[in-house]
Design a protein around this ligand. Structure first.
Ligand code: LHQ
Length: 256
């Protein structure tokens, strides 16, 4: 992980294995996400991959089962390994940008979709590879993907495992933007830097409201908006935002 001013870049870094996730990477990811969450001076996170892939999902070498061998406890692996990582990103009270630099497969797609802004390089593709090895999509994929792309497209991706290119993913609403390969780093970093100057606390509240809104009735959501707005209105960024508007100058938000 590297820190750049108010934002941090987290690079999945096992390029020889297409950044597939093994136990060590899971532990390092958990540690890095906790550090970002706990550091007030980091106000945005950018996640990307090293080399030609973003992330090929679970490291399947770690999962090989010898004939007649004992089946692994995948429920436990998800509950203790992947699920906390996905929830940490989705619930982190600061914005998370993802730069999908190449192929994303299996839990690699889920990881990207848990982020708030997904950029993908034109040459990247998204593969719901789970059914190819006899598994169901996990790590939030069955929650994020139908909501983003719609049920028919999510179902087709999940039940065929056919790759979807970045341009199509953007057209389907799965991701925020498909950009030229040579522009991925600059565009995602520019957004991360911009978000690092944003009213962080308000952005965290927006994330929370959007997740809760997936479950709430309209009356309940109206009430939750009132509660969060009540808190946001007590923040120093609100006072600064209004002052800056009236003084016709850019706001200088501190994130509080
Ligand atoms: C890999 C992998 C990989 C190890 C490429 N592992 N080496 C969660 C919780 C609990 C349990 C189970 O699962 C999960 C969630 C999941 O993520 S399940 C889904 C796991 N992922 C997959 O099934 C994807 C497997 N990979 C692929 O389908 C392809 O490699 C993709 C489409 C990602 C890329 O295809 P290509 O561009 O043609 O590359 P390649 O297949 O030639 O791979 C390059 C190298 O990377 C190769 O190694 P080698 O030593 O021969 O160069 C692959 O073995 C290795 N690799 N994915 N997941």
């Amino acid at each position: 992980m590297e820190q750049n001013g108010g934002w941090a870049r987290l690079t999945l870094n096992r390029p020889g294995k297409l950044n597939s996730v093994n136990a060590q990477m899971r532990a390092e990811l958990a540690e890095a996400l906790a550090a970002v969450d706990g550091e007030e001076n980091i106000r945005a996170l950018l996640i990307t991959g090293a080399g030609r892939a973003f992330c090929a999902g679970q490291d399947l070498q770690e999962r090989e089962i010898a004939p007649g061998g004992e089946a692994p406890d995948l429920r436990r692996s998800l509950r203790e390994g992947y699920n906390p990582l996905i929830w940490k990103i989705a619930s982190m009270p600061k914005p998370v940008v993802c730069a999908v630099n190449g192929v994303a497969a299996g839990a690699g797609v889920s990881l990207a979709m848990a982020c708030d802004f997904v950029f993908a390089a034109e040459s990247a593709r998204f593969v719901m590879a789970f059914c190819g090895i006899g598994l169901v999509p996990d790590s939030g994929a069955t929650w994020f993907l139908p909501r983003a792309a719609g049920l028919p497209r999510a179902r087709a991706m999940m039940m065929t495992g056919e790759p979807v290119d970045a341009k199509t993913a953007a057209q389907w609403g799965m991701i925020y933007r498909c950009v030229a390969d040579g522009e991925l780093a600059e565009q995602s970093e520019t957004l991360a830097a911009k978000l690092a100057r944003a009213p962080t606390s308000a952005l965290g509240r927006i994330k929370r409201l959007l997740i809760e809104g997936e479950e709430n009735s309209l009356p309940r959501q109206l009430e939750r908006e009132a509660e969060e707005q009540g808190e946001a209105g007590r923040g120093s960024d609100y006072a600064e935002g209004v002052r800056a508007f009236l003084e016709r100058r850019p706001a200088d938000f501190t994130g509080r």
